[in-house]
Design a protein around this ligand. Sequence first.
Ligand SMILES: CC(C)(COP(=O)(O)OP(=O)(O)OC[C@H]1O[C@@H](n2cnc3c(N)ncnc32)[C@H](O)[C@@H]1OP(=O)(O)O)[C@@H](O)C(=O)NCCC(=O)NCCS
Length: 165
Amino acid sequence: MPDPSLHLRLGRPEDARAISALARRVVRRWVLPDQSREAGQALLERLGARLLRERMLAGQRFHLAWMGELLVGIAAMRDDCHLVHFFVATRYQGRGIASRLWQRAMRDAVRRAGTRRFTLNATRCALPVYRHFGFVATAAERPSPNGVLSTPMVLDTPAGIIGRP
Ligand SMILES: CC(C)(COP(=O)(O)OP(=O)(O)OC[C@H]1O[C@@H](n2cnc3c(N)ncnc32)[C@H](O)[C@@H]1OP(=O)(O)O)[C@@H](O)C(=O)NCCC(=O)NCCS
């Protein structure tokens, strides 16, 4: 059942600080335990507010979930086809927020670019969620180009999504 007080909107550069704080908090709790110290540190650095703001200004699409004034979820899409960041605040997990964010990010990319194939690098704890969305692994777990231990996955766009508003 969707939460009536949840609302989704596109991130703006002035949201970068809140995005960074949420992403770093979730990464520390859920992602870093599976990573080397170096990869974890580099990931935290890539989640700094200044870099995120630059990415947004360069056209990366940050879909944000808010519970009132509180930022509770982030889905960032690069080049309308690669899901770069996907985080939900710990105490709001398991309520369907990631599903809402993914539907929005996917439809936005399909509408903008006619995307047929999505890719991502899944951290261990998110694998079941991505499988549930229909993603399939294309290789075994390995360090991504950024050094994060993760599983490369793809999703071919469900036919029904094409052309929907
Ligand atoms: C992965 C993450 C974003 C999911 O967020 P969430 O809001 O808890 O996810 P949701 O509640 O929307 O669940 C997503 C869907 O997966 C399903 N799901 C969740 N756990 C599942 C599991 N273990 N097996 C199968 N399906 C599962 C849910 O039922 C839901 O599907 P539905 O909407 O059709 O019912 C969140 O757990 C998170 O931030 N994790 C830590 C950071 C991380 O690893 N991010 C990914 C980096 S690649």
